[in-house]
Design a protein. Structure first.
Length: 614
């Protein structure tokens, strides 16, 4: 896990000096070493900051070169590198290190861009082919690792974080269009343009996408290399599905145990991280510390301490906890936002930041985590309505018993006439929702009219292409939802030089889940039914069959009542008023503390958005 940066320029442009200056901005991503390489012509410069995870020797440092032709800077892990190395050795390739970086180079030498189809991992890399004069870059399938770039037909500049691009001379002029959508509906991405960022001159390489830049021709091509399809297989029995899922998740956890440095787990009291802990306990690994790290809030109604302690005790883990006092939030926000080059919609990332900090304090460099399960297996309560709509449209809602079963489990999600109408007229509903949200956004009393008029035509609100459960899961996983969470996890973990691995995001597991009928995700009134069934013999039953869905949620309402936080928000409002984003009346309006996941969270959004100019 590392930080990368580079410049490929048609004309020599002091690229080495610019890249070297950017590496200081990425030191937190790789505190154990720095490397810089330039070609003889001075048109290519590759920089790297190293966090050593696999093969700690100096021979595995980057930029790494291969066969006198290829040079690479690589951020991430190829989990199946051992299997690929054996395969490549059979084809005649030789290796001088035990690193996955060298396997990546050999795989490209053997298969070219098709090497991406062989990789099981999280990655962002840039590989220079001196013979063809082509830079090949790629990002992993789900978007776990970042790759930002700027291209002006004269030069390509790229890095792991926006701040490194700015250090190399790229403007950080704010993109008002995305800012408008963030302030009005909370979007941090553009569903219609996955490469857009909060900065006009900076793009991101979309997930599951490769980039080919031919320096001689001055041509850049972006290509999608992976796209899972919702192709439901109806002939799989529940028993077989449970067994197949369990074995695939176990294999994913096992591959993500490969590490030459200490490994632990994040642990809440939910079934996702608890399942990962249970499966890790079945492995034999010399670097596993049996340490787990948990964020707690004593006295808060959604505190997970009791549940997490039960799991930690069951598996004999050493549990370390951290908390945040309201009096710390204002200063902590400054610290966290120094690592985030984009706003976020709630206070939850502050807790995640502290959990990863705690792991580093106890010398754990690699964590496994349960992120992604909610989006893939329908873990949020909002998914009930989508499933009920699907069943209602098919005329089987009543006989399925799903609505009454959910009610028996204490689920109070509404499903009235409007939801039934939406089920029968999905396309009409989608268009009406867009118009309503667009008008609500433009009518927002806090926003300056000039700001609204400049940006109202760029309103991004979208709905899933298919109004059924698998359709909304696909939307949340690949269009607008999961990548934002992965971005937060990357910045918060790398702020402390910690690597986070997510076994639910194994691409084969993802493909398998999207081939399953929705009844494997919600059944008998239970969300994540397939996961519950798969681990019910491994975990305490009260964890498996918990009825309350608690997200990674801190006491944001309490925090926003703190005087220092209120003062910081007032200062943010003044800043946004001076920039013509909000009205004077919004500055004077009383600050409204809200819980983390409510739809109306404007004061928090204004606060975090103000950091775009700092």
């Amino acid at each position: 896990m590392c930080g990368i940066a580079g410049i490929v320029s048609i004309v020599p442009s002091h690229a080495d000096e610019r890249v070297r200056s950017s590496l200081g901005c990425l030191a937190h991503r790789g505190p154990e070493g720095e490397g810089l390489w330039t070609n003889e012509a001075g048109t290519v410069a590759l920089g790297h900051r190293r966090l050593a995870i696999i093969d700690l020797s100096e021979a595995a440092a980057q930029p790494m070169h291969y066969l006198g032709r290829y040079s690479v800077v690589f951020n991430g892990e190829i989990y199946n590198y051992q299997e690929l190395r054996d395969m490549l050795r059979m084809e005649g390739f030789q290796f001088k290190t035990d690193s996955d970086t060298e396997v990546l180079l050999a795989a490209y030498a053997a298969w070219g861009p098709a090497c991406l189809r062989h990789f099981d991992g999280m990655f962002a890399f840039a590989l220079w082919d001196a013979e063809t004069g082509v830079l090949f870059a790629a990002r992993d399938r789900l978007g776990e690792k970042p790759f930002f770039f700027s291209y002006d037909e004269q030069q390509l500049v790229f890095a792991s974080e926006v701040k490194a691009l700015v250090q190399m001379g790229i403007s950080r002029d704010v993109n008002e269009k995305l800012l408008y959508n963030f302030l009005t509906i909370g979007y941090t991405v553009n569903p219609g343009d996955p490469g857009e960022t909060f900065y006009r001159e900076i793009r991101k390489l979309p997930a599951a996408t490769s980039m080919t830049f031919d320096l001689g021709k001055g041509e850049m091509v972006l290509e999608k290399y992976w796209q899972p399809y919702v192709d439901v297989q109806q002939n799989l029995s529940a028993e077989n599905a449970v067994e197949m899922f369990r074995e695939m998740l176990r294999a994913s956890v096992q591959r993500r145990m490969r590490s030459d440095v200490p490994l632990g787990t994040s642990l809440s009291g939910g079934i996702d991280s608890s399942s990962v802990v249970a499966l890790i306990g079945q492995q034999t690994n010399g670097t596993y510390t049996h340490n787990c790290f948990t964020g707690v809030f004593p006295g808060f109604g959604k505190d997970e301490k009791m549940w997490s302690e039960k799991v930690a005790g069951t598996f004999g883990l050493h549990q370390y906890t951290t908390t945040i006092d309201a009096s710390e939030v204002a200063s902590l926000m400054n610290e966290v936002m120094a690592h985030h080059d984009a706003p976020f919609g709630s206070a939850s990332p502050l807790l995640q930041y502290r959990v990863y900090q705690l792991a580093r304090q106890h010398d754990v460099t690699v964590l496994q985590d349960g992120q992604g399960a909610d989006e893939l297996l329908a873990g949020y309560h909002k998914y009930y309505r989508w499933y009920w709509q699907e069943l209602y449209r098919k005329g089987v809602l009543k006989e399925s018993g799903e609505l009454s079963a959910a009610r028996a489990n204490g689920i109070r999600e509404p499903f009235g006439l409007l939801h039934r109408g939406a089920a029968m007229l999905p396309d009409f509903t989608a268009s009406v929702l867009h118009v309503i949200r667009q008008r609500q956004a433009a009518a927002g009393s806090d926003l300056h009219r000039d700001f609204v008029d400049r940006n109202r035509s760029s309103f991004y609100y979208t709905t899933p292409a298919s109004f059924d459960l698998n359709g909304v899961l696909y939307y949340d996983t690949f269009v607008n939802g999961l990548e934002g969470l992965l971005t937060l996890a990357d910045r918060n973990s790398m702020a402390h030089s910690v690597e986070v691995r997510l076994p639910f995001l194994d691409h084969r597991l993802v493909e398998f889940l999207f081939a399953l009928p929705p009844s494997f995700k919600i059944r008998g009134g239970w969300t994540k039914w397939l996961l519950r069934e798969s681990v019910k013999d491994m975990l305490p039953q009260e964890i498996v069959w918990r009825k309350d869905k608690v997200g990674f949620e801190p006491p944001q309402r309490l925090w926003m009542e703190d005087p220092a936080v209120q003062q910081a928000i007032r200062h943010a409002k003044e800043e946004m008023y001076r920039r013509g984003i909000i009205r004077r009346s919004a500055v004077d309006k009383k600050i409204q503390p809200h819980d983390a996941y409510v739809a109306e969270n404007m004061d928090w959004r204004i606060w975090t958005a103000s950091y775009l100019w700092r």
